[in-house]
Design a protein around this ligand. Structure first.
Ligand SMILES: O=C(O)[C@H](O)[C@H](O)COP(=O)(O)O
Ligand SMILES: [Mg+2]
Length: 308
């Protein structure tokens, strides 16, 4: 049975069950650069109540360092780097610890600074990504003369693709040159089809990646939520009992599946991707969420502000 948290008692009963709170970011804490209502108050209240907070985002455009700055901008200055897990970091760890890719090899990036910074931190060289040659595509672009199309770097043995808000034909074409070689590994940071921004739903990493997958006829492995290797990395770092942990998210096929498959409780908030009707319809199915609420800030308003 799914419970909608709407009263003080329901909010207090929910909070009493968990010690660890894993928070998705886009659609839960903020929409782009717009902080959602009472988020800072809620997170500070949970910390003051002795709860442990961990932030788990599929957004690969920022590294953990960059997210620390974003949190601080919103007044959340008591977050440490090891409490942030982004899909760029999850992908870099997968390449390093699971694929054990040599740092002598290069990685072609479709994506933004977050991916490049996390890979560089682990000693990898990248090409593509935010390189101005790719981003500042000339009006008279000629693919056959373009450097990234003409010169395929033999040191590249992996393509990592994620959200790129400045995607263009040149980037897709350059990535494809590498994926023609079946020996080159194809990885994705995440599968999200859309990206919730203030009042708008925009194309997500998954939609960009699908374009490259379709052109290359290849399906990449995705490293972000709901992949349980990301959950294992978080459990290895923080060692929590899944029964005393809850995943708070806005997307059913990433956040809620990630929490459910990891043995955690689940709270879906309606400030991101999913409509309330979809959550209600899932009751009694295996995709049922345990709790849902209109927004994360309801927890603070109900418990601390005694909102009726
Ligand atoms: O397109 C994307 O990459 C995602 O929509 C987005 O960044 C998801 O971030 P999250 O909701 O996991 O914080
Ligand atoms: Mg989200």
């Amino acid at each position: 049975m799914t419970v909608k948290i709407e009263t003080k008692q329901q909010a207090e009963d929910f909070l009493a069950q968990y010690d660890y709170f894993l928070f998705d970011c886009d659609g839960v804490l903020w929409l782009g650069d717009h902080l959602l209502p009472k988020v800072t108050e809620t997170l500070n209240f949970l910390k003051a109540s002795g709860k442990k907070l961990i932030f788990v985002t599929n957004n690969s455009t920022k590294s953990r360092e960059a997210y620390l700055k974003k949190f601080a901008k919103f007044g959340l200055t008591n977050v440490s780097k090891n409490e942030i897990f982004g899909s760029a970091y999850a992908s870099a760890i997968y390449i390093k610890k699971i694929l054990k890719l040599s740092t002598n090899k290069k990685i072609f990036v479709v994506g933004e600074h977050g991916i490049e910074q996390e890979l560089h931190e682990l000693g990898y060289s990248t090409i593509g990504g935010t390189d101005p040659e790719l981003t500042n595509m000339p009006a008279d672009f000629n693919a056959l003369e373009a450097p990234f199309i003409k010169n395929v770097d033999p040191a590249v043995s992996l393509v990592l693709a994620g959200l790129d808000t400045r995607i263009n034909y040149y980037k897709l074409a350059a990535a494809l040159q590498y994926l023609h070689d079946p020996a080159v590994t194809f990885l994705a940071t995440n599968i999200d089809s859309t990206f919730p921004n203030k009042g708008k739903v925009l194309p997500g990493a998954g939609s960009i990646i699908q374009s490259i997958a379709y052109a290359s006829g290849r399906t990449p492995r995705s490293c972000g939520k709901p992949n349980q290797e990301m959950m294992e990395a978080i459990k290895a770092e923080h060692g929590f009992d899944p029964a005393r942990a809850v995943m708070v998210g806005d997307r059913l096929n990433t956040d809620m599946k990630f929490g459910r498959d990891g043995g955690l409780g689940t709270l879906l908030v309606l400030t991101g991707i999913e409509p309330e009707a979809r959550v209600v319809d899932l009751q009694g199915t295996e995709e049922e969420v345990k709790y849902y609420a209109s927004k994360l800030g309801d927890l603070y308003e109900l418990v601390v502000e005694n909102r009726e």
